[in-house]
Design a protein around this ligand. Structure first.
Ligand code: PHE
Length: 345
């Protein structure tokens, strides 16, 4: 063994320069691999006489350390040509992004309805979901034995006393609160969640959402109601839409009407959605019964008004042809994600 061999390799290591990972790996094999030149020196070292071991041992170890450090350094700096084990991703690729939530179809419809009536000058009023009999029934002219008060329809919280506490079955209760507290004239819409004791099916649910509206002033007539609903229907379903009123009954309005809009899918020709009739029922409405005005302390000789109410799930069903009410409550992401970008029919 010769000292020059070690020094020569040390110089070689010092001068080593590699551009790519492949060159670094080749240099490592050439120096430190099984048949590498430094490995070979270690082999040779084993045969060196004992008294010479001291002379060569230390520089040999220093050579190995230097070579390993140099290889590490070069590895770090060399260009990645795909031959290394390091990350192979293209870091300039666009990221995956976080999935964004979307609004619930019922929220979208509620917002549209609220926006339309805001433009007509209505304020939004809200009230409690847990209500008393007075605001849900009594003040709305429900006779004491009216079937809607029956346990079949109403969830009672406490039934035992004169004014039972219950879950509101419609947001007309908020209109009563408005009549009790607001200054006349009143123009409000009341969006909110309502509860009815119904078996859950594709067409019925025990929870759903309404927007109800109320307008009270001097000389409000049925013609005003008709015009307000026609304007609303055209804003909501398109400028070609027409409306049809059918006589109906609600304890709190007289006269009462159920309102249909022309089917915006077949444009009146008749299709599956409108069941061949060309019309879709969307809301109930009428002139506020004088008894209702008087119950809230409003002079029915001086003031008159109209009210209307609609179910949001139903309107969303018609708008997007949803065929089962239960979808709205099941929080299936595949369903919920369809609406913000879904074309409106
Ligand atoms: N409150 C009625 C319902 O829940 C809807 C309605 C409101 C009808 C106002 C007429 C006037 O079905």
């Amino acid at each position: 063994m010769k000292r020059e061999d070690i020094d020569q390799l040390l110089a070689e290591v010092g001068a080593l320069d590699c551009k790519t990972q492949k060159e670094v790996e080749d240099a490592r094999v050439r120096l430190l691999g099984k048949k590498g030149s430094i490995t070979a020196l270690f082999e040779e070292f084993r045969t060196v006489d004992k008294d010479q071991k001291k002379e060569f041992g230390r520089p040999l170890n220093e050579l190995k350390q230097a070579a390993m450090a140099k290889i590490d350094e070069l590895k770090e700096n060399a260009a990645d040509d795909g031959s290394s084990d390091g990350p192979k991703e293209d870091l300039s690729m666009p990221g995956d992004g976080l999935p964004l939530g979307s609004r619930h179809p019922v929220s979208i419809v509620r917002q549209q309805i609220v926006d339309i009536f805001r433009k007509f000058g209505y304020d939004v009023a809200e009230g409690p979901e847990i209500e008393d009999d007075h605001h849900v029934f009594e003040a709305l002219n429900f006779p004491p034995n009216h079937p809607a008060r029956d346990m079949q329809d109403t969830f009672f919280v406490s039934a035992g006393h004169l004014n039972p506490i219950l879950l509101r079955t419609h947001t007309s209760s908020v209109q009563v609160r408005a009549m009790e507290t607001m200054k006349l004239p009143i123009r409000v819409i009341c969006p909110g969640r309502v509860f009815r004791n119904e078996a859950i099916s594709a067409r019925a649910h025990c929870i759903f959402h309404q927007v109800e509206g109320l307008y009270i002033d001097e000389n409000v007539t049925f013609a005003d109601l008709k015009q307000a609903l026609l304007l609303f229907a055209r804003e909501m379903f398109g400028p070609e839409t027409s409306i049809r009123m059918r006589p109906s009954y609600f304890p709190f309005t007289e006269p009462s009407t159920e309102v249909d809009v022309s089917c915006n899918i077949c444009h009146g020709k008749g299709c599956n959605v409108c069941k061949g009739t060309g019309w879709l029922e969307i809301l109930g409405a009428g002139m506020v019964d004088p008894n209702v005005l008087e119950a809230s302390g409003i002079d029915s000789k001086k003031y008159s008004g109209f009210a209307f109410g609609m179910g949001l799930e139903r309107i969303a069903m018609l708008k997007w042809q949803v065929n089962d009410l239960r979808h709205y409550f099941e929080n299936d992401m595949r369903f919920l994600g369809e609406f913000e970008t879904a074309p409106e029919v």
